[in-house]
Design a protein around this ligand. Structure first.
Ligand code: SF4
Length: 416
C-alpha cells in the first residue's frame, strides 16, 4: 500500500529518534491552536538542538528512509528487523522542510538515512536534498547531514558545501565490538572519513585566513563543524575506555561534540545485546565528564583516577567525585586561586569563575558574595576558603560524600 507523506513522517521521524547527535533540550510546549500566533514547538520529528552560537533551534529530525541493506545488530532499522518501512523521495523531504520552515515550526533540518542500494547512492540522495534546498529554494536555515562513511570523497565535499554540520557516527567505543555487532562497518573507514571532514574544514579555514585569496572567497565547508555519536551500554566497554575514545576523537578530528546515546533494547534483538538499557544517569555522567574534558581543564587521567573499576560514580557528579577523592587539593582560596584551580571546585562553573575573577579585583569575597553569584553554598563550603569562612575539618570528613549523594530509597515491594 502506498503511504502518505504523513504516514511516512510518522515512521521516519520515530526511526530518527535513536540518533542523539542533535541533542534535544527542554523547551516549553507552544502551539498556535486557538488562532493565536504562528507555529508550534510540538509535532512529529521536531527536536531541539543548540546552534554553534548557543541558540536553541528547532530541527525537523527525520530519516530519508529506514530501509537498510546493513544489519547492525544494535539498530532497529537493520535489514533483518521487521519494523514497518518507509522512504521519502528527495522532493518530499525538501517540501516538508520548506512547509515546516514557512510555518515557523522549525529552523532547520537534521537528515539521516538507512543505506539503500549503496553508500554512494544514499549519500547522493542526502546531498541532493541539501542542494535543492540551498540552490533551488535559497533555504537559509540550518542543515545537519549524516555522512555515510563509505561514500566517495566527492560526495562528502558537496555535502559540506550545503550543510552547516556533518556527522559521522563512530557507533561503538571499541573497534572489536563494532566488527562483531556491525560486521559491514569498518572503524578504519569511519575514522578516515572523520579525518577527511576535518581536513576539509581546516583547509577552508586556512584559505579564508590567507591574504592571497581573501578576495576570492573559498566555498564554505560545514561551518558548524562535525560531530559523532557513540552508543553506550550495547557492549561491556567501561566509562574509562569510552572517555579515552572521546579524547582521541576530539584531539584527532577536532569534533565539536561527541554525543552519548544509551543503548535502547530493540525488538527481536541479537543475543549478544543486553536485555535492558543502561541507566540513563550513566549517559548523563558521561556528558558531565565530557564537559570536564572540554571546558574545565581536566585530563582523561584526572577523571579516570577517581573511578572505581573504570566506571563513573552514578551517585555524584564526576567533578565532585574527583574532589572527594583528591581532598588534599582543597580548600581553595576563592580570593587568590588561579582560574584553573577555581574551576576544580565542585559547584563552580566557568561563568561563575569568570565572575569571581572580575569581582575580586575590587573586593575580598565572602560567602554572601558567592550566594549573590548564585553559588550553592552547601556544595562549595567543604572545598573553599573565603574572607569569612574556613571549612576546618569539614573537608576531610569521612562521610562527606553522604552529604551530597541522594538518600537511598526503600524499594516498593509491590512496584510494577
Ligand atoms: S547502517 Fe545505520 S541504519 Fe543501517 S543498520 Fe547500521 S546503524 Fe542501522
Amino acid at each position: 500500500m502506498v503511504k502518505s507523506v504523513k504516514e511516512k513522517l510518522q515512521i521516519l521521524a520515530d526511526a530518527a529518534k535513536y540518533d542523539a547527535s542533535c541533542a534535544s533540550s527542554g523547551t516549553s510546549k507552544r502551539n498556535s491552536l486557538g488562532g493565536k500566533g504562528v507555529g508550534s514547538s510540538e509535532g512529529m520529528g521536531i527536536c531541539h538542538a543548540y546552534a554553534p552560537d548557543g541558540r536553541c533551534i528547532s530541527l525537523l529530525k527525520i530519516l530519508l528512509t529506514n530501509f537498510c541493506i546493513f544489519d547492525c545488530r544494535y539498530c532497529v532499522n537493520r535489514s533483518s528487523s521487521n519494523v514497518e518501512r518507509a522512504r521519502f523521495t528527495v522532493d518530499e523531504v525538501v517540501q516538508l522542510t520548506l512547509d515546516f520552515y514557512k510555518r515557523n515550526y522549525i529552523e532547520g533540518l537534521f537528515l539521516s538515512s538507512g543505506i539503500i542500494r549503496s553508500a554512494n547512492y544514499t549519500m547522493e540522495q542526502l546531498v541532493e536534498v541539501a542542494r535543492k534546498l540551498r540552490e533551488e529554494h535559497d533555504f537559509r536555515g540550518y542543515i545537519h547531514l549524516k555522512t555515510i562513511p563509505e561514500a566517495d570523497a566527492g560526495l562528502i565535499e558537496t555535502a559540506g558545501r550545503h550543510a552547516d554540520r556533518l556527522s559521522v557516527n563512530i557507533e561503538l567505543p571499541s573497534e572489536t565490538t563494532l566488527s562483531q555487532l556491525a560486521p559491514e562497518k569498518s572503524g578504519t573507514t569511519i575514522r578516515k572519513t572523520m579525518a577527511d571532514v576535518r581536513y576539509r574544514i581546516d583547509d577552508r579555514k586556512d584559505a579564508a585566513r590567507s591574504r592571497l585569496i581573501r578576495k576570492a572567497k573559498p566555498p564554505k565547508f560545514a561551518p558548524a563543524g562535525q560531530s559523532t555519536q557513540m552508543i553506550v551500554g550495547a557492549d561491556d566497554t567501561n566509562d574509562a575506555a569510552i572517555l579515552s575514545t572521546s579524547t582521541t576523537l576530539y584531539a584527532g578530528y577536532q569534533l565539536k561534540r561527541v554525543y552519548y546515546s544509551a543503548f535502547s533494547p530493540i525488538p527481536d534483538a541479537s543475543r549478544d545485546l543486553p536485555l535492558i538499557r543502561p541507566p540513563l544517569i550513566r549517559e548523563h555522567r558521561l556528558y558531565q565528564a565530557d564537559w570536564m574534558l572540554r571546558f574545565y581543564g581536566y585530563s582523561q587521567d584526572d577523571i579516570t583516577s577517581s573511578m572505581e573499576d573504570g566506571m563513573l560514580d552514578l551517585t555524584v557528579d564526576p567533578k565532585l567525585s574527583w574532589a572527594l577523592k583528591w581532598r588534599d587539593n582543597f580548600p581553595v582560596d576563592i580570593n587568590r586561586a588561579p582560574k584553573e584551580t577555581l574551576l576544580r571546585v565542585p559547584g563552580l562553573g566557568p561563568k561563575t569563575v569568570s565572575r569571581i575573577l572580575s569581582a575580586r579585583r575590587y573586593t575580598r569575597l565572602g560567602l554572601q558574595d558567592l550566594q549573590r553569584l548564585r553559588v550553592s553554598l552547601d556544595k562549595v563550603r567543604p572545598f573553599i576558603l573565603t574572607c569569612d569562612w574556613s571549612p576546618g575539618k569539614l573537608t576531610d570528613l569521612h562521610d562527606l560524600k553522604s552529604r551530597f549523594a541522594p538518600k537511598a530509597k526503600q524499594l516498593d515491594l509491590f512496584a510494577a
